[in-house]
Design a protein around this ligand. Structure first.
Ligand SMILES: O=C(O)CCC(=O)C(=O)O
Ligand SMILES: [Fe+2]
Length: 516
């Protein structure tokens, strides 16, 4: 998202580069035309034969003619070769190969992001297709070609639930657009559309509709490889005892329920702000001004408790606008696609730093030694939390992508195994606490949610959400499972400060009871 503004500039640059390419290219073609024109005129003044100079038979071999002809031919050949080889597209080609230019995978990524937003925020696909982002914004309406791209992306990912929705919208839009957009201007054909709808209908258990579209495909393109499915669908219908009479009017209603496997319903509800806090629980929460150190006496911190157990607070206004903007400015050029460590969903051999669809963001790290603002923030964090930052990680800056999110996860290592042992050896113990700084305020979406706690915190710029990931005993607190919801509208920038166990022995001592 941080790069989208640059893309607008990129598009403007592209237009001006294509324009100057066209001017150069027309000039080059004109020079080729003139060369041939001159040649034509020159030929008119030269006797037809034996102008090559080496004519056989009885024609006179005139050495001067021969010299002139050879010279002219060589000269013309070189000029023509030079003009043909002149590569005026060179700059344009290298611009188009530049990594800032979006590629096919980005179109697919953006389409997948729309589908994620549709599910999480319970948006109607028809509304999205007409350019409505919930109640938040109205933008350009999509054409049949646009909605086909979304449906096709889902289809290619074997997500037939979304594919069916978006392909049917495409069909409807196409019927409405008839005449204004010819097939030549579309990236798909009617056969493709009927083929994909038919298969999606079949997958979503609508055999009558699958047959209907298969027949339609057969009618327009009898040689299409999928046209033979007509018989298969007919058989499925016969075996199902369907009472359909074969007419369009009596087609049964389409069924297309969202498949629920791998769906985090709790997560999505919290993202929409449907928290599970009772009025009583809410009434117990409070805010206070923290003034327990000499520094804080001079500059009290506004603290808002959002959960008592595990302890989680929001430090209001812990950053200034100037600091936030400074950090985003220095981070922007270095943002790279975020990797996840030790991915549990992969086999051990693949477990390394990797991209994952469940974490869609770009990030980079800022070191205390590199920048005085970064160092100042660490110091302030130590002041308000009472914890040592000696063993904390660098500040991780992250900018979420289109529909960017981070699915439910723990920040600390949760297994009493090699992972924790490694952390103890090299990384100063487990991540005892997290400070999540909000560096921007998305217009909609992008909450940080805690599934177990039924808690959703919506980002507010310059604030920091802080919580303990482990009990005082050092045991991981499994209630801290949390997620970053997809951004519906606007920008989401965060910065993570992960604080480690070593150095906190006297600041947060072990308690007599294990799980406090
Ligand atoms: O962006 C958020 O709200 C959560 C981010 C997060 O949990 C993380 O980066 O570990
Ligand atoms: Fe996290």
């Amino acid at each position: 998202m941080a790069e989208l503004e640059n893309l607008v500039v990129t598009e403007k640059n592209l237009v001006s580069m294509v324009n100057s390419y066209l001017v150069n290219e027309m000039d080059r073609l004109e020079r080729i035309r003139q060369l041939i024109e001159n040649k034509k005129q020159a030929n008119e003044h030269v006797p037809c034969s034996p102008n090559i100079g080496f004519a056989s038979g009885d024609s006179t071999v005139n050495p001067v003619d021969a010299f002139l002809n050879i010279k002219r031919l060589v000269h013309n050949r070189n000029s023509l070769l030079g003009l043909l080889r002149e590569n005026t597209a060179h700059d344009l080609l290298s611009f188009l190969s530049n990594e800032v230019m979006p590629r096919e995978v980005d179109v697919n990524g953006a389409a997948t992001a729309l589908l994620r937003l549709q599910d999480t925020y319970q948006l109607e696909p028809t509304e999205i297709a007409d350019g409505h982002i919930g109640k938040f914004a109205q933008t350009t309406s999509m054409t049949a070609d646009d909605t086909f791209q979304v449906g096709y992306t889902a289809f290619a990912n074997t997500d037939y639930y979304h594919a069916l929705q978006w392909l049917l919208i495409t069909k409807e839009k196409m019927d409405r657009e008839n005449g204004t957009l010819s097939e030549r201007n579309r990236s798909f054909t009617l056969s493709m559309l009927y083929d994909y709808i038919s298969y999606s209908m079949h997958d979503r258990k609508n055999p009558e509709h699958a047959l209907w579209y298969s027949r339609a495909l057969n009618a327009i393109d009898p040689k299409h490889p999928s046209a033979e499915y007509v018989e298969i669908y007919q058989q499925i219908i016969n075996e199902s005892g369907s009472e359909w009479d074969g007419s369009w009017r009596n087609l049964p209603p389409i069924v297309n329920k969202r498949p629920m496997d791998g769906v985090f319903l709790e997560y999505e509800a919290l993202c929409r702000g449907e928290t599970r806090k009772t009025p009583k629980e809410l009434s117990e929460l409070y805010c206070f001004r923290q003034q327990n150190t000499p520094f804080l006496k001079l500059a009290p911190m506004k603290v808002e408790i959002v959960s008592f157990s595990p302890y989680a607070v929001v430090y209001r206004g812990i950053l200034s606008d100037g600091e936030t903007e400074h950090l985003k400015r220095i981070a922007s050029p270095q943002l790279r696609r975020a990797m996840v460590v030790n991915d549990k969903r992969q086999s051990d051999t693949e477990a390394a730093n990797m991209e994952a669809s469940y974490r869609v963001a770009k990030n980079m790290w800022l070191n205390d030694n590199d920048d005085s603002v970064v160092a100042r923030i660490s110091k302030r964090m130590s002041e308000v939390t009472g914890l040592s930052m000696e063993t904390a990680e660098q500040l991780q800056m992250a900018n979420y992508g289109l529909g960017g999110h981070y699915e439910p996860h723990y920040d600390m290592a949760v297994e009493e195994d090699r992972q924790v042992a490694e952390l103890n050896d090299q990384r100063h113990g487990n991540r005892v606490a997290t400070g999540l700084f909000y560096m921007s305020q998305p217009v909609a979406g992008g909450a940080t949610i805690f599934e177990e706690l039924g808690l959703a915190v919506f980002p507010t710029k310059n604030d920091c959400l802080f919580w303990y990931n482990v009990h005082k005993s050092g045991r991981p607190d499994m209630r801290t499972r949390h997620a970053g919801c997809p951004v519906l509208l606007g920008q989401k920038w965060v910065a993570n400060k992960w604080i480690h166990e070593r150095g906190q022995e006297f600041r947060r001592p072990c308690d007599l009871s294990a799980d406090v």
